[in-house]
Design a protein around this ligand. Structure first.
Ligand SMILES: NC(=O)c1ccc[n+]([C@@H]2O[C@H](COP(=O)([O-])OP(=O)(O)OC[C@H]3O[C@@H](n4cnc5c(N)ncnc54)[C@H](O)[C@@H]3O)[C@@H](O)[C@H]2O)c1
Length: 261
């Protein structure tokens, strides 16, 4: 028996990085996994890999900023797998730039994915989870949701926003008696493709060179390495499973010690 056997999980942004790692681990531990992503081909590759490895998965093209699509995604999950127990609200983007340089367009684009996308996931996921007997919502925040990071102020606003949003939704679900827990996970510097999308000047370097997460983490994290997607997936599995049955409105920091210092 796996730690999430018999459960159905939706992982947004599941086509890459942390989402991919979590989708694969949840499947290994017995969940039926819906891998959703803006990049449909990446979601399909991850779901195909899970099925080939003996797990059960399907993929969906899904833009988390599109409310109509959320309604369709929930209907497809109900039709294909009968319910939903684990919702990993993970899709996110990082658009760097000092506040006085950032365009309102970029601010809104980032907020639409990182904050609106999480709201829509909870709004449309909670009714299906409640009707499935309850479950666990995990939201990907960041250490940038716990401390200020110059050059990532807009990103910090979204990641700090989901941190407190999760606590409020946790209270709402508890009060309503839905048997749904809501927690955030706070990754530090994790080796994923997101870093190739952040211009190097965010942390004072050259705009043309993307940041190397390994070099950055070696210099800044007490454990002197970048994390791997599996380091975060292990925490997500814990929050998804009954091992964390008494945790709600809480936050799990997995960052090689960065915010402790
Ligand atoms: N990698 C890190 O160091 C790090 C640290 C802290 C937090 N995070 C957070 O972890 C989460 C996953 O990031 P990652 O590092 O795996 O990055 P990634 O770029 O590898 O994966 C993000 C995925 O989200 C998808 N996505 C983007 N916009 C979307 C949208 N509108 N709808 C649906 N999917 C969309 C992308 O296509 C991609 O597959 C993000 O929320 C990110 O902010 C990452």
């Amino acid at each position: 028996m796996g730690r999430v056997s018999g459960k159905v999980a939706l992982v947004t942004g599941g086509g890459s990085g942390i989402g991919k790692g979590a989708a694969e681990l949840l499947a290994q531990e017995g969940a039926k996994v819906v891998v959703s992503d803006l990049v449909a081909a990446d979601a399909k590759t991850v779901a195909d890999g899970i099925n080939k490895a003996g797990g059960v998965a399907m993929s969906l093209h899904h833009d988390v900023t599109d409310e109509k699509r959320w309604v369709e995604v929930m209907a497809e999950i109900k039709k294909s797998y009968g319910g939903l127990h684990i919702l990993f609200n993970n899709a996110g983007i990082a658009l760097g730039g000092m506040t006085w340089e950032q365009s309102l367009e970029d601010w809104r684009k980032q907020t639409a994915v990182n904050l609106d996308g999480v709201f829509l996931g909870c709004k449309h996921g909670i009714p299906l989870m409640r009707d499935s007997g309850g479950g666990s919502i995990i939201i990907t925040s960041s250490i940038a949701g716990l401390q200020g990071s110059p050059g990532l102020s807009g990103y910090c606003a979204t990641k700090g926003g989901v941190r407190l949003y999760a606590k409020a939704v946790a209270m709402e679900c508890a009060r309503a008696g839905f048997n749904i827990r809501v927690n955030t996970v706070h990754p530090g510097v994790i080796e994923t493709p997101i870093w190739t999308k952040i211009p190097g000047n965010v942390f004072g370097g050259n705009r043309a060179n993307a940041i190397d997460p390994n070099a950055f983490a070696t210099a800044t994290a007490p454990l002197k390495r970048a994390g791997k997607p599996l380091d975060i997936a292990n925490g997500v599995l814990f929050l998804a499973s009954d091992d964390s049955a008494y945790m709600t409105g809480s936050e799990l920091v997995i960052d090689g010690g960065v915010v402790a210092g």
